[in-house]
Every structure is written in C-alpha cells, then in structure tokens.
Design a protein around this ligand. Structure first.
Ligand code: C2E
Ligand code: CA
Ligand code: CA
Length: 581
C-alpha cells in the first residue's frame, strides 16, 4: 500500500516554525491547518532522535535528518544525492539492495539489519525499517527509519566470540578449529590444494604448573600461543584444543615443503627462552602433522591422524615433529586400551622390574643393576616401556607407579639372591623428581627394605629443570640422604654442558645413540671423548649405554670409559635369573 505525500514532505521542506503565519481567511482555514501539520511533520522529521532518510527510486538520498547525518558521521550536504549503496558496508550491499528492490516491486515495507560505512571506514550497525510512499508526481519515495543496534551487535559478537574461543589465550577453541578445518577441507576439494593439521603439544606444562604455580603456567600458555601465531602464514589458523594442546590448520598448501617450513618456524619461535616473573622457562613443542588424504575424510579424522603423529613425535623425544603414517593410528587405540588397564596392572601385580647389569670394563665384574620397568599384560604378553610409558607419564598413575618402582627396587636389592645387596639404579621422570614428597618416599622405602642409601642411584634425563634452583635443591635433598644421582641419556638433551659441574650428581650415562655408532663414526668418538673428559674434570663416573659389540667395547676403553651396560654383557632380566644355584 502506498501513501500519498505532498510536495512539502519532500526535500524542500524547511524548518519555518517561527515564521509569522498568514492571517487566516475563513475558506483558508483547512489549508492553514494542513500547512501547520506539514510544518510539524517536517519538524518531527528533522528533530527525531531516530535517524531517518528519504530515497528516490534509484536509491539516492533526497533528504536525511540530523540524526541520520550524525549516525553516518556525514553532513546533510555530503549526503544529498549520495547513492545509498555507497554508504553501505560492502558485505551488506546485496541484502540492502534486495530489500529495496522488493519494496519498489510492490512490498509495502521491509526490515534489514545492515552496516553503514562512516567516512573513516568504520562500520555502524542499524536495523532499518523501510516503507514506500508515492510523491505528487507519482514517483516512489523510500522512507527508511534506522535503529542503532551497535550495542546489541557488539554484545552478540562478544557472546559468539566467547562461545568459540579459549578464554585464557583468546585463541579459537576446539569447536572453531574443527569448524574451520571442515571449511578448509571443503574448499580444498575445489581448489585441489592441500590442507595440513599440525597438532602441537606444549612439553612439560605440568612441571611448570607444579614448580612455578598456575599463574606462571597460564602466562606460559599465553606466551606460547602468541609465539605460534607469530610463525603462521596468512592462511593459517591456530587454536587451543585444551590443556597443553594447540592445533594449526594450514590451508592453501601447494607442497609439503611449505608445511615443513611452517613447522620449523613454529618450533624455532617457541623454543626461545622465556622469562615470566623470576622464572626462566625453556618452552618446547612436540608436533604431529597430518594431511587431508581423501575427500571423504572428516575434520575429526584428520585431527585424530595428527594426534597419532603427535604421540609418535613425543615418543621420539620432546621438541620434535612427526608426519602421520598409517600405522600410528592403531597405536593410539592401543594406547587408549592400555590406559584403561594401568590401574588394574598395579593392583593385580602385572608390573615387574627387570634388572640389567652394569659392568666394570677392566674385569667385567658387575658393579650394580639398572631396574627397568616391564608390564606382564594378560593378553599382550611382556611389554617394554616403549609401548606403555607414555600411557603412564603425565597420567594420574605416574606417581603410584613410581612409588611402586622405588619400593620394589629397594626391596629387591636388599634381598638379592646372592645376598650381596648390590647398587641399584632406578629411572625417574623430571616430574617425579620435582615432587616435594619424593625424599620422604625414598627414605621410607630405604628404611623398610634396610638398603643403605648409598646403594641407590636415581637416573634422570637432562632437562632444563635441573638448571634451575628448584631442580638443584631437589637433587640436593636426595643427595643429602646419601642417594646418588645419574644423568641418563647424556648428550641428547640440550647443548649447555656447563650445568653439569653445578649439579650434585655422581654419574653420567652416555646415550646409546653415540655408542651404537662407534667405532666407525668419527663424530661419535669425539663426543664420547668429550663427555669422558668433561666427566673426569667434574670428578664424575661415566657409564656407556647400549654396548652390543666387542668393537664398541674396544673403542670405549680407548676413550677411557670404565663402566658400561648393554646386550654384550647382559639384557634386563627378572631378579630370579640372578639366583645362584
Ligand atoms: P634407559 O634408561 O635408557 O634404559 C636403557 C634401555 O636400553 C632399556 O630399554 C634397555 O633394555 C635398553 N638396552 C640396554 N642395553 C641395550 C643394548 O645393548 N642394545 C639396545 N638396543 N638396547 C639396550 P627399556 O627397558 O625398554 O627401557 C626404555 C626406557 O624406559 C629406559 O631407557 C627408561 O628411560 C624408561 N624406563 C624404564 N624403566 C622405567 C621406570 O621404572 N620408570 C621410568 N620413569 N622410566 C623407565
Ligand atoms: Ca636409565
Ligand atoms: Ca639411558
């Protein structure tokens, strides 16, 4: 339905309320009342707090009131004759134009929520009620009354943001990551480009929380999030999946090399030392990479592949990356199956310690044993740590399993079959080393078994934690009990060797990877030599690990190494096999 408007409604209307009214003649009575009503209407238009605009059929501004001018940040002169669509945010031009075309084609009114452009390029949200009228000349006039809905839109946007983002890092959350990945997979099918997912895990977050407190842990997560972001390309997105896990969705990838470049940049960016308050942290990420391989793959499946690759990366050492391979997925389901059984393994006595001799090379006499964990799984047989340690580490079972190892190893040593009460080495993760109750647990185990503290050696791998005051004091507390400390897998951790002399340690164990390359690989020889010299200078014992051949033995002796373990001397075996008959 269209309503007639008179000439005076249109642009020529003036605010002339104060002009003297002509003396009313009796036949002019009606006309004068009309004129007065028109003036009032004009005043209402102009004085309305709601932005109002009149447009011609080609959507050009005929007249805008002061509120409309203010809303758009433009003067009436600027607006007069302007094309409405030029004043509209590009994203909303189509729907705006559609609504007006519908009215011009006969619809009486329309409501549109749209963004207007201000001269500074910013956008303002309005809900426009449009209606159509007909001028005296028969031409249509569009009337738009705008309601400022900026606040509502802001509120909506904030809600939407909160629902889809992680409050701590402000990164997209799991839902949004999956959503984006879904979209990326869809787009990739059309563009024939690759999509990759990088599943990243922040190493040792638990230790940071434990040692420095959760406030530092939070700051740590935020800083790492920003570092990952800084390494991304334009089309990449990073989100936080929860806990210590992030995912990067890399779109529009032409070659796998691009993804490896991205991975390298992320690892490098994160790896820089980080100061938070008084703490200096050495963040590192493990990364699993998966590509979308088949058109039928869902976002969840690609993410699960990347997760399986991540587990493989973590097993090969922190701070590294792995590409997804088909075999890894089964590993993950095995992983899950094992996880549900760890508690039962403890209570049903399925865990065992096997002992590998440590020998003196000069006369091949056994000087002690290393306790190595085994799981006698009812269905899968005897498992070595490689297949189940990840299930325990970082789970609620890590502490009970460690306590079990400490108690079992000390009891076994004290009751060794030949009555010799040999020196026994146990392995501890850094997280377990950081436990404040560890000295108490060790003291109790020694007291219960009757084993002298000097017969116990604790092996820990190199870790930045050892460089810090908390690490040193924790080692010192154990040392004060009389327990000895060995650095395990030496040479594989981080470069700084200087920290060794500051630690209250007794032994360095040269990692198997160097020994295995002896004697042909010259660099390994140099490394073994350097470690031996360092140890001698610091008055430490050296044990070479993983000695399998006579050639290796000869090479080690040549470098001055006096102690070793490995298949050449004996594999890890149950305590019963050391019984003398
Ligand atoms: P590790 O401390 O470096 O232990 C030495 C590993 O090398 C053992 O593997 C041992 O069986 C193996 N090995 C010994 N000699 C040779 C050799 O000549 N050649 C080869 N190829 N391998 C040899 P295992 O028992 O599978 O243990 C693997 C890792 O699991 C250990 O490495 C240790 O880091 C961890 N682990 C074992 N027991 C425990 C435990 O009770 N607690 C914790 N936290 N970790 C443990
Ligand atoms: Ca060890
Ligand atoms: Ca080792």
């Amino acid at each position: 339905m269209t309503r007639k408007v008179t000439d005076t409604d249109l642009p020529r209307v003036q605010l002339d309320l104060d002009a003297p009214a002509p003396a009313p003649a009796p036949d002019d009575e009606l006309r004068s009342r009309l004129a007065s009503a028109e003036r009032l209407a004009a005043a209402l238009f102009e004085g309305s707090l709601l932005p109002i605009v009149l447009l011609d059929e080609s959507l050009r501004v005929l007249r805008a009131n002061a509120a409309y001018c203010a809303f758009l940040g433009r003067s009436g002169d600027e607006l007069a004759g302007a094309d409405l669509l030029d004043l509209t945010h590009p994203a909303d031009v189509a729907k705006s134009s559609r609504a007006m075309q519908q009215m011009l084609a006969g619809a009486a009114s329309a409501v549109v929520e749209k963004r207007y452009l201000r001269p500074d390029g910013s956008a303002v949200w309005g809900r426009v009620r449009g209606s159509i009228m007909e001028g005296d000349d028969g031409r249509k006039v569009l009337l738009g009354v705008v309601e400022d809905i900026g606040e509502t839109k802001q509120h909506e946007a904030r809600l939407r943001f909160d629902v889809l983002h992680d409050p701590l890092t402000r990164l997209p959350n799991r839902t949004l990551v999956l959503d984006r990945l879904d979209q990326a997979l869809h787009d990739a099918m059309e563009s024939r480009q690759l999509v990759a997912v990088l599943h990243c895990d922040l190493d040792r977050l638990r230790v940071v929380n434990e040692v420095h407190g959760h406030a530092v842990g939070d700051e740590y997560l935020r800083a790492v999030a920003r570092r990952i972001e800084s390494a991304l390309r334009d089309h990449d997105m990073v989100g936080r999946l929860g806990g210590d896990e992030f995912a990067v969705v890399a779109e529009r990838v032409s070659t796998p090399t691009e993804v490896l470049g991205l991975t390298g940049r992320i690892l490098d960016a994160v790896r820089q030392p980080l100061r938070i308050g008084s703490a200096t942290l050495a963040p590192s990420l493990s990364i699993g990479i998966a590509y979308c391989q088949r058109a039928s793959q869902t976002a969840e499946q690609v993410l699960a592949d990347a997760d399986a690759a991540l587990n493989a990366a973590k097993r090969s050492g922190r701070g590294s990356w792995r590409l997804f391979e088909d075999g890894q997925r089964t590993w993950t389901s095995e992983h899950l199956a094992l996880r549900t059984r760890v508690g039962a393994a403890l209570t049903h006595g399925e865990l065992e310690l096997h002992y590998q001799p440590i020998v003196r090379l000069s006369d091949r006499a056994t000087v002690g044993y290393e306790a190595l964990l085994r799981w006698r799984h009812p269905e899968r047989g005897l498992l070595t740590p490689e297949s189940f340690l990840d299930v325990i580490v970082d789970s609620e079972y890590e502490t009970p399993v460690t306590d079990w190892v400490i108690n079992q190893a000390t009891a076994d040593a004290a009751h060794w079959p030949d009555g010799s009460a040999p020196t026994i080495s146990i392995n501890l993760t850094v997280f377990q080393l950081a436990r404040t109750d560890l000295p108490r647990v060790v003291t109790a185990a020694l007291a219960r078994s009757g084993l002298p503290a000097t017969s116990l050696i604790v092996e820990v791998t190199e870790d930045r934690f050892l460089e810090r005051a908390e690490g040193v004091s924790q080692l010192s507390r154990l040392r004060a009990l009389g327990v000895r400390i060995a650095i395990d897998d030496f040479g594989t951790g981080f470069a700084g060797l200087g920290y060794v002399q500051r630690l209250p340690i007794d032994t360095i164990k040269i990692d198997r990877s160097f020994v295995s390359l002896l004697p042909s690989h010259a660099t390994s020889g140099h490394i073994v030599r350097a470690i031996f010299d360092l140890a001698t200078a610091c008055n430490l014992r050296v044990v070479a690990e993983g000695v399998e051949t006579d050639e290796q033995l000869t090479a080690l002796t040549g470098h001055g190494v006096g102690l070793a373990q490995g298949h050449l001397f004996g594999r890890a075996a149950p305590i019963g096999s050391y019984a003398t008959d």
